[in-house]
Each structure stands twice: as structure tokens, then as C-alpha cells.
Design a protein around this ligand. Sequence first.
Ligand SMILES: O=C(O)c1ccccc1NCC(=O)[C@H](O)[C@H](O)COP(=O)(O)O
Length: 452
Amino acid sequence: MRLKVCGVTGEDQLRLLAGAPVDLVGLWYGVPGGPADLQLAELAHLAAVARAVGGPEPVLVTLLSDPAALCAAVAASGVSRVQLHGYTTPAQLRAVRAALPEAELLKVLHVRQGRVVESALLEAYQRAGADVFLFDSVGEDGRIGSTGIPLDASAVEAVLPRIDRPFLLAGGVSVAGARAHRAARQHPRFLGIDLDSGARTPDGAFHPGLIREIRAAWQPAPPGLAAALSCARLPVVMELKARSAHGQDLFRGRSATRLVAEYTRAGAPALSVVTGEWFGGSAALLEEVAGATELPILVKDFFTKERQLATARAAGAAAVLLTASVLPRTVLPRLITAALALGLTPFVEITEEAELAAVVHPQACVIAVNNKDIRQREQGRADLTRSLRLLPAVTATGTPVPVSASGIETPQQAAALLAAGYRGLLIGTGLLGSVDLDSWSATLARESELAR
Ligand SMILES: O=C(O)c1ccccc1NCC(=O)[C@H](O)[C@H](O)COP(=O)(O)O
């Protein structure tokens, strides 16, 4: 993720920011009346200092859209990134592109009253040669640039499907604001954030500590479930399930937040949260877990409708359980497609080979074999040989990460399933019941190493 700080006016600020986690600094030029507007000579001087201190790279931030004036500023300052902050038209941007073929052009998209003002022109800006988009909020009075007003997340998300350029987010960027922009931060084209007021103390001075905190809060979440399992040393989705199928309390007085911390320390690449009521789950449990982690979260519930998937997505799910044995053959494909459209990984659980016939887009799904049977409310014994039997059929679908789920109690059983060819495991009761989670995962790591 890249972090840009805007409105730098002095050498001392540049030197301070050179020691902070900042990638780009915005130097204002051609912003009449703007509090940080610079004369051409000042712009050239600060750009030279920025290069000399070897810190963040300068960006020329301007309301100008006249190609000749912009060429002169670029020539005088040597700054090759130009942020067109005004209501530049696609035709003007095309002319700037022609005049500055080597420059990186950042086009600002203004968000006002819940919508992107330039929404109808997005494709035209892309065709005209914009390299990067930067979403920024507009004041009630029409004021633009460093307004300090939090950016409207839903206005941004509404246009993201039409954007094929990287994008930055600006407008009142703060630690607290990161949560609202979770979906945008996870978008593959998310490039970073741009801050001004959020980077300063009340007296207007830049504060590296604040910048560091904001950077940490906005860092995009790790990759989705399949990628997280593929890269993990211990590819175990660690589950938070409040009660067993027999009503036994599995949390034993531990809060969800504490369990998240323990699982994270034990090396979990992803978490599963059972929200289903049978297992003592709830939306509040998911909310607590989502607030305590940036790991991908699988939500386990009986999803039967598209709108339930959207609710799970909004609550922080990265993946959703779709249980093939309880969903009608016509419904499963629809839910898989809907989940994918929402940016969710379908975690499709099967218990028989025949259930695979209804799994569409298997390459985009994580397919898991459940060793228990949900139709018996998981009250029967687990059968791990089912996983071994069904592995060839699951692998043949092309799913990137075959998973074995449920009833895995010991690290030795887990290691044997990985050695057999499973790329991921899902474990709840075995981990929640273990007296020493760190030693459970260390044993699994050792056993897996030996099995290799
Ligand atoms: O399997 C389902 O359809 C289901 C639906 C709603 C809530 C929970 C559901 N299954 C429970 C589980 O999947 C298990 O908790 C999970 O596989 C872990 O099992 P275990 O390691 O044996 O606790």
C-alpha cells in the first residue's frame, strides 16, 4: 500500500516525512487561494529537496488543466507525477496526456452527497489516459481538496466494478475510517491512501506517529481464503464455535477476542466463525471477531439466500459456507455465483462425490470434505476416511485448495490428512478443547515436516 501526504510547504516538513512511512508527498501548485499553494520557484526547490533527502517522491497537485502551463511546471520542477485535482474534462486530460506522455497522471474523482460526481465519465477518463484515480470528498459548500470530510465508502464501492486503473482514497483519512473502507481496501486495484489533516496535530504540524498508526489501520487485509491457505506454513482454518453439537461449552469462559489472539499467535492463516444458532453462534460473535482481526474470515451458517451472503460480506466475511448436502441442486450454483459476485469465496462442503456435480466455478471455490454429517446435526462420529476417499474427486474439480473439515482432533490426524494431499484443514473442537494451542500447532508443524 502507498501512503501520500498532501500539502507540504517547507523543507523541514520534507525532512520529517523522510523518516516516516510515507511514499509520496503532494506539492500544491496552481491552487489559487489554497493554504499550501506554492510559487513555481518554491515547487522546484521543494521537489529538489525531496529528491536530495531521498524520502517520499513528490506529486504535483494542481487545479490547472492547461497542457502548456502543466508542461512548464513539470519542466521547472522535474516532478513527473501530476494530480489533476479539479474538474478537468476527459478532453482536457487527453490533451495533457499528449503534452506529457511520460508523466503519471492521477485524476481526482470528486465524491459529493453520496455519489461520484464524474461517474458518467469514468470510462472516458480511462480512454483519455488517466493512470490512477484518486477519490476525494467535496465539502457541502463545494470546497475541494483537503476538506477533512470522511469519504463516502458506498459511493466509491458503487463505481469500483467499472474501474480498471489503480486507485487511492482521500478525504478525512483516519484510523477509525479504515473499517468503513474495508471492501475498497481489499480490492485488487487499491493502491493506497492520501492524507492531509489526518497526518497533522491540531496546530497543523505533521506527526509521524499518527501517520504510522493510520498506515497500519489501512493496510489491506491479507489475501482471500484460498491464497491465505496456499501460502501458510500451517494451512489450518481455526474455528470459533461457541458450543458443540451436544451443547458442550467450547469457549470455556474465553472471549472471542482472546481466542482470536491465541489463534493468531498459533499461526492461523484464516479463521472460521460459526454464527449458526445450533452451535451457540450469533451475528455479535462475528462482529467481535471481525473487529479483532484482519485475517480472512469464513462464516459458517445455513446460507440459503443471496441477501444473507451480502449481510455476511458487510459484516466482514471473506468466505461463506455452502453446504451441498442441504441445498437443493438448483440453489447451490446460484449461491456460488452470487458469493463470487460479492467478492466472497464459496467454501463448499460435501459429504458425497455426487454432490460435486452441482459445484459451479470449482476453480474459484474452496471445496471441503466434511467428516461429520450436518444432517445428523454433527452428532454422529467423524469419519476421516471419508476425506481420504473423496480427495481424488475433489482435486479433479480443479479447486485450488482441497480442505478436510470437522472431527480432526489430534495434530497427528491433521498431519496425516496434509500428507495425503489436503492443502487445508478446518478445525474447531480439537483446537478449542486443547490445553495448549501453541504446542498443538508446533506438533502439527513437526509431524508435517517429518511426513514430507
Ligand atoms: O456444516 C454445516 O452445514 C454447518 C452449518 C452451520 C453452522 C455450522 C455448520 N457446521 C459445523 C461445522 O462445520 C464444524 O463446526 C466445523 O467443521 C468444525 O468441526 P470440528 O472441528 O469437529 O469442531
